[in-house]
Write a new protein. Structure first.
Length: 429
């Protein structure tokens, strides 16, 4: 009997804690597959006292019996990929045994990173907050039908194709005031290409559909967050891929009617890295305390994350466009430092209208959050291991969110370790 593919994705502006949850849920699955994004993602997993950060490799890699697939919707930097694999080698993880890369995955070239930096610098004060990993320019080349894909590295004409594209990139760079040494990074790039050739490079869509037909349980792992989706996020302050459930279909080659559960992950508060709107952002002592307590610094860039209270209009919006069936709340322990908790239930628009809709104008207009205040629990909860033992105030907070969002919250995370995780409502999948 054919199974359906479950999807796990972030519902805010990224950094929700997806890596930890994929690792936690992985024993329930036979396959974990990344469907979009690239090394601009940083999925942090912590267990046995060790913190691991993955950028392109799926988070199921730490489980020896799980197949991991990098899908066609991903953009892959071979140099970063090589470093990731080497970092895992020292923990005796045989990455080659259970990692497959779709031949249709786009390649990030050294010149893509140069273009990324030149474009961002040219924006001046209107910088988007790019991670400068070459993501945007790589997706640009994909859409322009001139990009290189993983399958191309097996072709005898790869170098010729590479030089042709690089020539176009250098012509663009000549119009920018930028300095670079391409020769220095090209050597590392081609070394990484040879390294990539030693892996299983496959027809990804056939592999994943044959696994479904065979009855395998598959989890699609998203990167970034739904509010950074190229179509539905706070454009232009977004990433360059579809971070929503539809992106899992196009990014892996799975039909929409083969989607099962959609797990939506959110923090008990909100964070954002880089530029762009953030209605509930805090600029006061509460925001600073939230940032410190939550160790809110980017796993990929190290940049401090902007912090604020939870935003229900934005969450309702991303639950709707993703078809979320279950919610997982992360970092509830961070809010333990507050005596009262604020929840943004509506937006007050410039014309005085109060709405719970995530508006098109969010980028250009000053939107004022309308808050409801709830009592905090104000005690440490990171050692609690069952739902009934949670403080009543936290249970009330969870109940309030469920009533508003109309979707059950089935996991509550109380810390970074895989053991600091409480499950509710029985079986997840």
């Amino acid at each position: 009997m054919q199974n359906k593919m479950d999807v796990l994705l972030g519902l805010q502006w990224g950094d929700e804690g997806k890596g930890k949850i994929v690792d936690f849920l992985a024993p329930k699955y036979n396959v974990v597959a990344r469907f979009q994004g690239g090394p601009n993602a940083g999925h942090t997993l912590e267990f046995d006292g060790i913190k691991h950060v993955l950028h392109q490799i799926p988070s199921g890699i730490f489980r020896n019996d799980i197949i991991n697939i990098i899908g066609n919707g991903v953009v892959l930097d071979p140099v970063i990929f090589k470093k990731e694999v080497e970092a895992l080698d020292k923990y005796n993880i045989d990455v080659r045994a259970n990692l497959f890369v779709s031949k249709k995955t786009q390649l990030i070239l050294p010149t893509h990173r140069l273009l990324d930096a030149a474009y961002e610098e040219a924006k001046g004060k209107k910088k988007i907050g790019s991670t400068l990993k070459g993501i945007g320019p790589t997706y640009q080349d994909k859409v322009a039908r001139q990009g290189l894909r993983v399958g191309d590295i097996l072709s005898e004409s790869f170098k010729k194709k590479y030089n042709k594209l690089v020539e176009k990139h250098l012509e663009i760079l000549s119009h920018y005031n930028t300095e670079y040494n391409l020769e220095a990074v090209e050597s590392e790039f081609f070394n990484a290409i040879e390294f990539l050739k030693t892996f299983d490079l496959i027809e990804g869509e056939y592999k994943i559909n044959s696994e479904l037909s065979a009855g395998s349980k598959i989890l699609a792992e998203g990167a970034q967050g739904s509010l950074l989706d190229i179509d539905f996020g706070s454009y232009p302050y977004v990433t360059s891929s579809n971070t929503t459930t539809s992106g899992a279909c196009s990014g892996l080659g799975v039909a929409p009617n083969n989607i099962g559960e959609v797990y939506g992950i959110f923090k008990a508060y909100c964070t954002r890295v880089g530029g762009g709107p953030f209605p509930t952002e805090l600029f006061d002592e509460d925001g600073a305390r939230m940032q410190k307590e939550g160790n809110e610094f980017g796993a990929t860039t190290g940049r401090p994350r902007r912090c604020g209270w939870i935003d229900l209009p934005a969450l309702k919006y991303t639950i709707m466009i993703n078809g979320v069936t279950q919610l997982f709340m992360m970092k509830a322990d961070v809010l333990s430092i507050f005596k009262t908790i604020k929840v943004c239930t509506h937006y007050k628009l410039p014309d005085g209208t109060v709405s719970d809709i995530f508006p098109y104008e969010i980028v250009d207009q000053e939107i004022e959050p309308v808050y409801k205040e709830l009592p905090g629990w104000n005690i440490a909860i990171d050692k609690i291991d069952e739902f009934d033992a949670l403080p009543e105030e936290l249970k009330s907070y969870i109940q309030f969110l469920e009533n508003e969002l109309k979707v059950p919250i089935n996991i509550i995370s109380l810390g970074p370790d895989r053991t600091q995780t409480i499950m509710r409502n029985g079986v997840l999948a």
